[in-house]
Ligand binder design. Structure first.
Ligand SMILES: Nc1nc2c([nH]c(=O)n2[C@@H]2O[C@H](COP(=O)(O)OP(=O)(O)OP(=O)(O)O)[C@@H](O)[C@H]2O)c(=O)[nH]1
Length: 182
């Protein structure tokens, strides 16, 4: 659980951490930098690894402590399931930039980076890709939430999340929100 001070103060600048944090690299480069040897023929798995897809998601929380869920539209993979707003990390983007962009495109709201606090993440093997999905929380934004992509939206209490069918990757995230909000 996040310290209450962080939640109740709303938006916390993370800039004071920046001097200690090195840029994160994804992919092969990351291993070489940390001194980990690349896999050899002997250590490499015989099954080719699934492509890693990073999707950044957020639990938007309103003043009644309800969380926003969006329903995946017809015609998409996992259509009809309820998920957290967000989307795929594009090349060159930081996760926070992805979320800010997706929230503007999908919901028409403006979120400032210090208002995004990391909560937990999902790591789930789908059939064709491995999903790595950081989940942020956000209590403060500008504008009104609108379904700009025709998606159904619902504000849901944490203890009611299980009544909404969600993608399998999302189920392990629910207890973190219940701990935080109930
Ligand atoms: N935004 C979001 N995506 C999720 C969640 N859980 C989960 O498994 N995903 C999966 O993450 C993947 C990427 O999300 P996306 O929003 O960019 O996907 P999409 O199908 O619209 O992609 P597209 O832009 O290629 O059409 C999808 O396969 C989606 O099912 C979640 O809570 N939020």
């Amino acid at each position: 659980m996040l310290p209450t001070g962080i939640i109740s103060s709303g938006c916390v600048s993370k800039l004071h951490l920046s001097s200690e944090v090195k840029p994160v690299r994804f992919g092969a480069e990351a291993g070489y930098e940390s001194g980990v040897a690349p896999p050899t023929q002997a250590t490499r798995s015989p099954v080719p690894p699934l492509k890693l897809t990073v999707v950044v998601a957020v639990a938007l929380i309103d003043t009644d402590n309800r969380i926003l869920l969006a329903q995946r539209p017809e015609g998409k993979q996992l259509a009809g399931l309820w998920e957290f707003p967000g989307g795929k990390l594009e090349p060159g983007e930081r996760p926070e930039e992805t979320l800010i962009r997706e929230l503007r495109e999908e919901l028409g709201i403006t979120v400032k980076e210090p208002c995004l606090a990391p909560l937990t993440f999902a790591s789930h093997a789908y059939e064709t890709f491995h999903l790595l999905m950081p989940l942020y929380i956000c209590r403060r934004w500008e504008g009104f939430v609108q379904p700009l992509e025709g998606q159904a939206l619902k504000w849901v209490k944490a203890q009611e999340l299980r009544s909404y069918p969600m993608p399998p990757a999302d189920e392990p995230l629910i207890p973190f929100l219940v701990d935080l909000l109930v």
